[in-house]
Design a protein around this ligand. Structure first.
Ligand SMILES: C[S@@+](CC[C@H](N)C(=O)[O-])C[C@H]1O[C@@H](n2cnc3c(N)ncnc32)[C@H](O)[C@@H]1O
Length: 270
């Protein structure tokens, strides 16, 4: 097993991470090296992203790539990296191997597999915080559902019916499997938000996508029910105004914004 680590300057780290997560949606290990941040992925030779792709992801800011053989404990280290989180004392998101939620706290069990989304990433956590602010009920659509964490949390909180779409087969499979493990119904299907036309919609929509994809959704619009409330995430702080404004043509206005690290998520309501 190999550990492939990229080192980037601290002030470019969030941008590099956003790009990297497109290549390795299952997540990366992060280490703080002072003026540099190291992101590492684990895999067998041949399974890891190619060096030119990594260089492109780092956008010319790559300082160093370090490859090392790792001992058999890599799986344990990977598990240690996926830590449970509790949001607003109401929602506990954990991997299958972590202890159950404290009593009275709604639990979501997520095995990320090959899909993005353990709940712990800032972009997902901020979405969950905004979701907890809404009155649950009615239909909800999760655009770019990854491991299904947002859709499953919504179903647990009381939205019904809940659906999700993603263009990656692994994400569709992971959402389906995680929904079953959590005992909730999520209608999940393959859909490419860049190629398949207006986005599937519902009165409540969550979209943890990066800026370019959110702007593409704002241009293509929504099919069927137009959203009355839309949570957008996956935005760097300085991108949030621009992307929120792009949804104004749907009658959606900013009601709340959460930030964490360099990331921002915005709740837009009619
Ligand atoms: C940042 S992840 C969010 C995953 C999950 N919703 C969460 O909050 O943890 C973005 C997701 O969008 C999906 N995605 C990226 N491009 C897409 C596209 N063109 N069409 C549909 N889904 C896409 C990715 O596969 C990934 O699962």
């Amino acid at each position: 097993m190999l550990r492939l680590a990229l080192r980037v300057p601290r002030d470019h780290a969030d941008l590099a991470l956003a790009e990297l997560l497109e290549l390795v949606p299952g997540g990366v290990e992060e280490r703080d090296l002072g003026d540099r941040i190291e992101y590492a992925v684990y895999g067998a030779p041949g399974e890891l992203p190619a060096l030119p792709d990594l260089q492109a992801a780092a956008g010319g800011t790559l300082v160093e790539v370090v490859t090392e053989e790792v001992a058999d404990d890599w799986a344990e280290r990977w598990k240690a990296f996926h830590q449970p989180i509790t949001i607003g004392d109401r929602l506990h998101v954990r991997p299958p191997w972590a202890d159950p939620a404290p009593e009275g706290v709604e639990e979501v069990v997520i095995d990320p597999g090959q899909a993005f989304g353990t709940g712990a990433h800032d972009t997902t956590r901020l979405c969950l915080e905004l979701l907890l602010e809404l009155e649950p009920g009615g239909a909800l659509m999760d655009l770019g559902c990854g491991s299904g964490v947002l859709a499953i949390a919504a179903a647990k909180l009381g939205w019904d019916p809940v659906a999700g779409v993603d263009h990656e087969r692994e994400s569709v499979a992971a959402t389906r499997q995680n929904a079953e493990v959590n005992g909730v119904e999520v209608a999940v299907s393959g859909f490419d938000l860049l190629r398949d036309g207006p986005a599937p919609s519902a009165p409540t929509v969550v979209a943890n996508l990066l800026r370019p994809l959110l702007l593409a959704v704002s241009r293509a619009g929504f099919r069927g029910d137009q959203p009355d409330q839309l949570i957008i995430s996956g935005l760097l702080r300085e991108q949030a105004d621009e992307v929120a404004a792009a949804f104004e043509r749907f009658g959606l206005k900013e009601r709340d914004r959460r930030t964490g690290g360099d990331w921002a998520a915005v709740l837009l309501c009619r």
